[in-house]
Design a protein around this ligand. Structure first.
Ligand code: FES
Length: 292
């Protein structure tokens, strides 16, 4: 076990409680909560919202650090310079709070274990850093430039440490990474038979495969849909998902994908599911693709 994993392990209980709390809050908000959750996960964007907001926050507070260093070293401390520092600090603190919200939203769907412990530690450090920047903003607004600089410096060290752990989460554990990134699905240029049509029941997600690629098939009369069976969010088994209207819901964290093309209807997934064209021909289910 690595050092970071050892440090993060004591936060397992708190992480479980926090995930439950976040889930409860979102559930109590109903449909608007679901939309806000999609916004925070980045399901509308097809990209991590947390990643966007952390970029903004880290960029702003790094700029603040440089401005403060220039002011202290070269005495470039005019009122225009101070106004710029204050604006950058305010923008950084605001972006950091956005990143905290998006991060909590991602955190609730990380499964128990080292990855979630690490996500909890990452989040706690960054929440403390964000509080630090917020305090620094108001202290600076009140004229306490020197004190605000010290608070910002401590917050920067915390934020950088939190960001390092965040990188570890993504690069080592693949949290919020597209789980189909390295396996785009076996290509079938022509329609290829994969299952006797008689073995595909009406309206029930059914497992099949094309070469090494597992698929989930759904039959609606003569129409057949075929998606890769690995959920793009965290690899959940879509063949065990539930059908509703023209969608399938992943059994692990509830991502919802459109059957016809794999588009994300609801997160936490951000990346569309790999989809194939499918048909019934001469008593066989055939697929061709992937689409797009
Ligand atoms: S694995 Fe998380 S929603 Fe499918």
């Amino acid at each position: 076990m690595g050092l970071l994993e050892r440090w993060a392990r004591p936060f397992a209980g708190f992480g479980a409680w926090l995930a439950k709390l976040t889930n409860g809050v979102y559930r109590s908000l109903g449909s608007p909560g679901r939309l806000f959750q999609d916004l925070m996960n980045g399901s509308f964007l097809g990209h991590s919202t947390h990643g966007l907001l952390t970029d903004a926050a880290v960029g702003a507070v790094t700029t603040l650090l440089v401005l403060d260093a220039v002011a202290v070293v070269f005495g470039a401390d005019g009122s225009g310079f101070e106004t710029a520092s204050l604006v950058v600090l305010g923008f950084g603190a605001l972006s950091a709070w956005g990143a905290v919200l998006a991060g909590l939203t991602d955190h609730k769907d990380v499964d128990p274990g080292d990855a979630r412990n690490m996500a909890t530690l990452h989040g706690l450090i960054n929440i403390v850093a964000t509080i630090g920047y917020t305090v620094a903003f108001f202290v600076r607004l009140g004229g306490g430039v020197g004190a605000a600089r010290w608070i910002s410096l401590v917050a920067f060290v915390l934020l950088a440490s939190g960001a390092f752990i965040g990188g570890h989460l993504v690069y080592k554990y693949g949290v919020m990474v597209n789980h189909n990134a390295f396996s785009g699905g076996r290509r079938a240029k022509e329609f290829t038979p994969i299952l006797p049509a008689a073995e595909l029941p009406e309206g029930m997600p059914t497992k099949a495969a094309i070469g090494p690629t597992n698929l989930v098939l759904v039959r609606r009369g003569d129409v057949v849909y075929a998606l890769k069976a690995t959920c793009s969010h965290a690899g959940g088994p879509l063949a065990e998902g539930t059908l509703k209207g023209d969608t399938i819901t992943c059994p692990w964290h509830g991502s919802v994908f459109r059957l016809s093309d794999g588009a994300v209807r609801h997160g936490p997934a951000q990346t569309r599911e790999i989809a194939y064209r499918a048909r019934i021909s001469e008593g066989q289910v055939e697929v061709q693709g992937p689409i797009g």
